[in-house]
Design a protein around this ligand. Structure first.
Ligand code: GAL
Length: 957
């Protein structure tokens, strides 16, 4: 009798990268060698531990007929409706004891089985390799019962030679995937833990004499306008580039006149690498990346990153992205003026890099490495400072560089993210510098810049960034000589980020500051039947970091958030400024390489927000950095006595690969004169009648002074002072922040539960005056508030005077009035729009006439919070009322109260009530990005100080 023993699972906790795999090489698609995708439905069996099942499932003839199925590429926890476990979200804590290299005995293990037929015309010559583009976190592989080996390095390609094992007809591929492994210690990125075979699995024929590995070197000499091409190839062959008349042997350099590749002008030349046995298409971009004069230069020019950090994310498929989703990311980025991506925090699917080459984005390609959880123990036992792990680190570096080295878009290799410092990182940097001296090395974790070619930081505050820009930041000699980037800044969690424009101004002022990468591209919300989008904790995780995983510029479904609209405006490649009074426009080309010939300019003139005339504006095709003054036509006659302004837009002159002709790239607005304020003679006097007071068109409660109706419009809740907002993620701030977190202070103070004490109601000669004091329980400080109502017979004017009393040490969340209307759906306004804006997120707010529904005003932040304010509103109409402001105001309307918004955890917690709640605000506190960065800058504080503001109400029915 033979006893089958449990297979050894020692490899799972082995720090080595794996065994049996082929050395890394360039990732390419052959023109003529066959390949077979093994994506699709696979048989699947889940076990609770790594060694629960023996490996007999890998044997030929094993009957997996009763097994479940999953889709590959995919994560098993996102399939099977919860039957296969759930995602776990932690930001930096390891969701298992820090006991390297050991992992829990409870180690979800997915056995995957795929039976495939080798096509009958599969060539019999040469060999074949089986390629896995991404498996989290450790895989052991068998083909037709023979073990091939095992590997770690989730977001890196691994290949096995399988030529000998392939059989005509039926073949059985078995893959055992462990969720946890020693590799997990190196993959502590801030994201969901999602096991599975999440990228393609492909069988590739390798013809005799076929291409092996190759390295395209294509540089550009900006002084001569010539490019030099040399393709080093393991297997000798010829390189042809028809458009350049190039036909050379591999390894031979050739220099010809070329158009260079840049992110702004992504000129690619199609070529072919041909060996005896194979032809491989090349897409060649000529460009030279260098560190020169303390600056990052491409083709001799310093560049400015207008970047974003991109995790791979799809709300249903997790990190298993299809090509269309990747293309959508790139198109959205281009359409929003972004020019750079950091592939945080691992090499992306290779197809994404093809898209960056094609459409034009600078790329920081980051290695699949983060050991952030070791910070909890002061970085003791950090794998990057422990020689036993160095082979794994070097393997990861090599797998990134070798796979991706032929992409012109990549200008930096990044060693990883938040892994502390150590010898292992130095070894990686040395290896990378040696293997690819034509690119630069990035790593943020070492502020001494021992191994890097750039001083990189994350979330540095504006004042520090300015200091760095002025070279006043000190640091090591090496660091002082390096350019500076923010590899992460402007944390886009929830409402925000605020302060983008202030950062951009610094980046554009100081040469040493070469831009940054907003954190991050997309909210990682998981589509969920009851919750809409789930975030950390929604799957019952014992440790989690809540909605910190939803901090992107686009919502989980890739709808742009206001943050992206703001960023687009802040980083626009053309600056359009003007002086409306003297009718000149000042246009500056902010690009690094392209002139303005791709753009057409248009002017229009608005009276009270309505366009009355427009035309095209001739702007010279300015070279990068150049400016010009352009004269506008005479403004149209001011017949209506209204507010006049100019709007000048820069549009795409022709269709491009990423947007159609007419797409707006940049714009500017400037007033012709000051806004005429509404005139309002107070002619009527309040008339008391029993328990009512009538004033012009309005009726009030005589006892409380509450407004009941205006004309035929019932007012459900009278306008009252309101200072509270449902705190944003940035108001609440991250717990570790040492600066004051106002969201926390506000709540401690009780600003969310203000009480209103009626002092007096006085019907005077020409006004109804209601005097109150507004303050929270348990506190002495309060706001003395006087509402003064007057009427000109048809309209009603409210003047609010607020005087803080006592010790106000904090700014206010908002200052204005809130009232309720029983009905309102369509909203029209003249002011900033179309989207939301707050004091430090208002660059993209365009003054005009806008229309929306109340529902359409809401911004769907995954975790509900203050949202939807419109800036600089002159007047708004909704629910039969028109409200005009003196001065302009902030306007918000929603079908739930601020308190309900504040209490909601998910959007599905919010249900429309029978009142539309309207906030008319004189002021709002800034947003900042304290959820992981600075709070609002002081100039965006809403200080508690005496204030007076008015609204004029009339009916529209
Ligand atoms: C950084 C980190 C990112 C992310 C971000 C906060 O420290 O590199 O991965 O965690 O903070 O969202």
């Amino acid at each position: 009798m033979s006893l089958r023993t449990t297979p050894s699972v020692d490899y799972v906790e082995d720090v080595s990268p794996g065994s049996g795999v082929l050395p890394p090489r360039a990732w390419y698609a052959s023109s003529d060698a066959r390949s077979l995708s093994l994506n699709g439905r696979w048989r699947f069996r889940l076990s609770a531990t790594a060694g629960a099942e023996d490996d007999s499932f890998a044997e030929e003839g094993h009957d997996a007929g009763t097994w479940a199925e999953v889709t590959v590429p995919g994560h098993w926890v996102l399939q099977g409706d919860g039957a296969f476990g759930s995602p776990i979200y932690t930001s930096h804590l390891y969701p298992f004891p820090v006991d390297p290299p050991y992992v829990p005995t409870e180690n979800p293990t997915g056995d995957h089985l795929r039976v495939f037929d080798l096509p009958s015309d599969w060539p019999s010559d040469g060999g074949a390799v089986l390629r896995f583009d991404g498996v989290e976190s450790c895989a052991r592989v068998w083909l037709n019962g023979t073990e091939l080996g095992e590997f770690k390095g989730s977001r890196l390609a691994h290949e096995f030679a399988v030529g000998e094992l392939l059989k005509p007809g039926r073949n059985v591929l078995a893959v055992r995937v462990h969720q946890w492994s020693a590799g997990s210690y190196l993959e502590d990125q801030d994201q969901w833990w999602l096991p599975g075979i999440f990228r393609d699995v492909t069988l590739l024929h390798r013809p005799a004499g076929g291409v092996g590995d190759f390295f395209v070197h294509a540089s550009y000499d900006h002084t001569t306008g010539e490019g030099t091409l040399r393709v080093d190839s393991d297997v000798a062959g010829r390189v042809t580039v028809p458009a350049l008349d190039i036909d050379v042997a591999t390894g031979e350099p050739v220099t010809v006149a070329v158009e260079p590749w840049t992110a702004e002008t992504p000129r690619l030349y199609d070529g072919v690498l041909a060996t005896d046995g194979e032809r491989v298409p090349l897409r060649i971009g000529f460009r030279t990346v260098a560190l020169e004069d303390g600056l990052i230069k491409v083709n001799g020019k310093a560049i400015l990153f207008r970047g974003v950090n991109r995790h791979e994310w799809h709300p249903e498929k997790g990190r298993a992205l299809d090509l269309e989703t990747m293309r959508e990311d790139v198109l959205l980025m281009k359409r929003h003026n972004l020019n750079a991506v950091r592939t945080s925090h691992y090499p992306p699917h290779p197809a994404f890099l093809d898209l960056c080459d094609e459409y034009g984005l600078w790329v920081i390609d980051e290695c699949d490495l983060e050991t952030h959880g070791f910070t909890e123990q002061d970085w003791r036992d950090n794998p990057v400072d422990d020689d036993r792990w160095t082979p794994a680190l070097l393997d990861r570096a090599a797998r990134m560089v070798e796979r991706d080295k032929n992409h012109p878009s990549i200008v930096f290799w990044s060693l990883g993210n938040e892994a502390g410092t150590g010898r292992g990182l130095t070894a990686m940097a040395e290896w990378i510098h040696g293997r690819d001296p034509e690119r630069l090395v990035h790593y943020e974790g070492d502020w001494n810049c021992r191994d890097t070619d750039v001083y990189s930081r994350m979330y540095a505050f504006h004042d520090e960034v300015e200091k760095i820009g002025r070279q006043l930041d000190g640091g090591t000699r090496k660091r002082r000589e390096l350019p500076f980037i923010q590899c992460e800044y402007a944390h886009a969690m929830g409402n925000g980020p605020g302060g983008l424009a202030d950062y951009q101004e610094l980046f554009e002022t100081y040469d040493r500051l070469q831009g940054g990468f907003v954190w991050e591209w997309i909210d990682h919300g998981v589509r969920h039947a009851e919750l809409g989008y789930a975030y950390g904790g929604d799957f019952g995780e014992e440790l989690h970091d809540g909605n910190f995983v939803c901090d992107g510029l686009v919502f989980p479904d890739r709808t742009p958030s206001p943050g992206l609209i703001e960023y687009k405006k802040v980083i626009e490649p053309v600056r359009i400024e003007g002086d409306g009074a003297d009718g000149t426009v000042h246009v500056t080309n902010k690009q690094d390489f392209a002139d303005l010939s791709a753009l057409a300019f248009e002017w229009s003139c608005q009276v009270d927000g309505e366009t009355v005339e427009s035309g095209s504006l001739a702007v010279p095709a300015l070279a990068p950095g150049e400016s010009a003054e352009v004269k506008l036509p005479e403004p149209p006659a001011d017949g209506r006595g209204g507010e006049r302004q100019w709007t000048v837009r820069a549009l795409l002159a022709d269709d491009t690969s990423w947007a159609a002709k007419g797409h707006v790239v940049a714009w500017g607005q400037f007033a012709v004169g000051a806004r005429p304020l509404p005139s309002f003679p107070a002619t009527d006097r309040p008339v008391p009648e029993g328990n009512r007071i009538t004033l012009g068109p309005a009726r009030f409660d005589a006892r409380t002074g509450a407004l009941l109706s205006i004309g035929g419009v019932e007012v459900g809740a009278t306008p009252r002072l309101d200072v509270w907002r449902a705190t944003t993620d940035n108001d609440d701030g991250a717990e570790w922040q040492t600066d004051t977190r106002f969201g926390v202070l506000w709540r401690t103070l009780g600003l969310h539960r203000m009480r209103h004490r009626l002092v007096s109601v006085e019907a005077g000669d020409d006004a109804l005056t209601v005097h109150t004091r507004v303050a929270p329980a348990a506190r002495e400080a309060g706001l003395d508030t006087v509402y003064r109502w007057t009427s000109d017979g048809e309209r009603l004017r409210l003047r609010v005077s607020v005087t803080p009393e006592g010790d106000w040490t904090v700014p206010l969340p908002r200052l204005g009035v809130r009232f309720g209307l029983p009905q309102a759906d369509v909203v029209e306004w003249f002011g900033g729009g179309p989207g939301e804006a707050y004091p430090d997120t208002a660059t993209a707010s365009m003054v005009g006439r806008w229309r929306s529904t109340v529902d359409g005003l809401q911004t769907p932040y995954v975790r509900p919070q203050e949202n939807g304010a419109r800036a600089d509103v002159r007047w708004v109409e909704l629910g039969g009322l028109r409200v005009e402001g003196e001065p302009e105001f902030w306007f918000t309307a929603r079908r739930w109260t601020t308190e309900q918004l504040d209490a909601a955890r998910h959007r599905t917690d919010l249900t429309a009530g029978d009142t539309v709640w309207v906030n008319l605000d004189h002021g709002l506190h800034g947003i900042g990005s304290q959820s992981c960065g600075p709070g609002p800058l002081p100039q965006y504080f809403l200080k508690a100080e005496p204030a007076e503001f008015s609204f004029v109400f009339s009916t529209t029915r």
